[in-house]
Design a protein around this ligand. Sequence first.
Ligand code: HEC
Ligand SMILES: Nc1ncnc2c1ncn2[C@@H]1O[C@H](COP(=O)(O)OP(=O)(O)OP(=O)(O)O)[C@@H](O)[C@H]1O
Ligand SMILES: [Mg+2]
Length: 492
Amino acid sequence: MKNEIFYKRLKKIKKYYINILVLATLTIVSLLAWSIDNEVKHYKNLALEYAKISFDKDLIFRKWAASHGGVYVPPTKRTPSNQYLINVEDKDVVTTTGKKLTLMNPAYMIRQLMEENEGLYGAKGHITSLILLNPKNKPSDWETKALKLFDKGEKEEVYEFLNKDGKEYIYYMKALVTEESCLKCHAHQGYKIGDTRGGVSVVIPMEKYDNEMYGEIIRIISVFFIFYMIAIVGMIYTYGRLKASLLEQEKLFDENRKKDEIMLAQSRNAAMGEMISMIAHQWRQPIAIISMWANNIIADIDMDEVHNDDFKKYAKNINEQTQYLSQTIDDFRNFFKPDKAKEKVLIQDVMDECLGVVGKSLQNSNVHVEKNYTCNTPISIHARELMQVYINILKNAKEALVEQEIKDAKVIINIYEDENSVVCEIKDNANGIKEEIMQKIFDPYFTTKGVHSGTGIGLYMSKIIVEQHLHGTISAVNIKKGVCFSIVIPKK
Ligand code: HEC
Ligand SMILES: Nc1ncnc2c1ncn2[C@@H]1O[C@H](COP(=O)(O)OP(=O)(O)OP(=O)(O)O)[C@@H](O)[C@H]1O
Ligand SMILES: [Mg+2]
């Protein structure tokens, strides 16, 4: 039974710990997921920022060139005169010193810059349009999609993370809007200021970002893992400690129980011894009387004075005494009954039985017993255990009254009930208990009676019985001339 309690407690703790573990795991995993997600977003943003910067860099170059209406450079194999540059009369010029120059329009310039510097910044740029002057500037499928969005006016920029040949790239594109300076060379295509003339796309491989991101994610996972491990080790450790302390408590509890059991048996044996000596005391007189009448019979026979009438009288007297003997035994019988199942009893019946047992000894000490019984509710208990408690208290009262040599020695027994419990008060007028020992009277082995007359377990045992077996309370308070013991037992 005690082990059951222990395992129930342990199970409760285990459940509690598993809940914490699940909660901690969920928290850590969701925090981890959140951190990783943030990290991924962060690196994507970085790549996007870089794409935008690349675009802006191209844009200012092109604007600069457009603002000059193009830039003159010496024609070379690398930079031949632009065959698509029409409508511009002074496309190819000769300086006053005879140096040949050709006009580079902004798109031409940017295309060359992009082609030559691809890989330098890791960004690959492309100028394109749905209506082309130079077929070389033809848009890719992705660019066509984006340009159509620009044309519809839905968006000014688009980006997407795409896999190509197993590698991830960010595709970024922004519209180029026709400005005044563009019209010089593009007006003949039908463009007006504000129209989308085309766009520049930037493609950046994510490899560099991904590598950095993976490193960061691994760092985050390691930190989380370490925290998780610390939490788990902490939990295992504290669980072990809790279990050990619970076990220790349990062991202590167990030892105390065993001790109490031994003491209970001891006090019962002592009580039985006492009962037997009381029986012996009460039997002494009737046995002496029986023996006297028997002697009378023997004397009559010896003297040949055998009269039937006399013999009948002797036998009647002997019979009377034997009845008294058997009455005494009956009084004590219940006390010697082995423990049986709980029974429904009125506590005043239990008290009366006790008085049957110790009443004679109270009488012999000139202790007057006053009874006030008003309880009508039987309760389900082991009557014998309660008897033991009452007898302990009555015996203490008698001992105190005798020791204090009280003249009108009195024990008042009040038995009544309230809503939830039945109450028995046992009062005496033996001058009470000194306040300084009041707290100790229920302690084991506390006695003021010296080794020979008291063991000091009477009240301790009573407390154990009342609290642990009857689930009630026992208390003592000093009253006017003595002490009042109250035993309160719940009805249910
Ligand atoms: C000096 C003349 C000139 C000016 C000014 C000029 N462009 Fe161009 N642009 C061209 C020529 C020529 C091409 C086609 C050949 C090439 O690729 O160089 C072209 C090509 C383009 C293209 C690529 C698509 C295609 O048709 O091949 C875009 C987009 C573009 N220009 C936008 C603009 C914008 C926007 C402006 C104003 C900010 C502008 N251009 C100003 C001459 C010009
Ligand atoms: N009615 C009482 N009046 C005065 N003192 C009391 C009374 N009842 C108990 N005591 C005090 O409480 C102490 C403890 O009582 P308890 O019954 O536990 O032990 P004991 O009577 O000394 O020994 P035991 O009952 O084991 O023979 C007593 O020694 C006594 O000092
Ligand atoms: Mg006692």
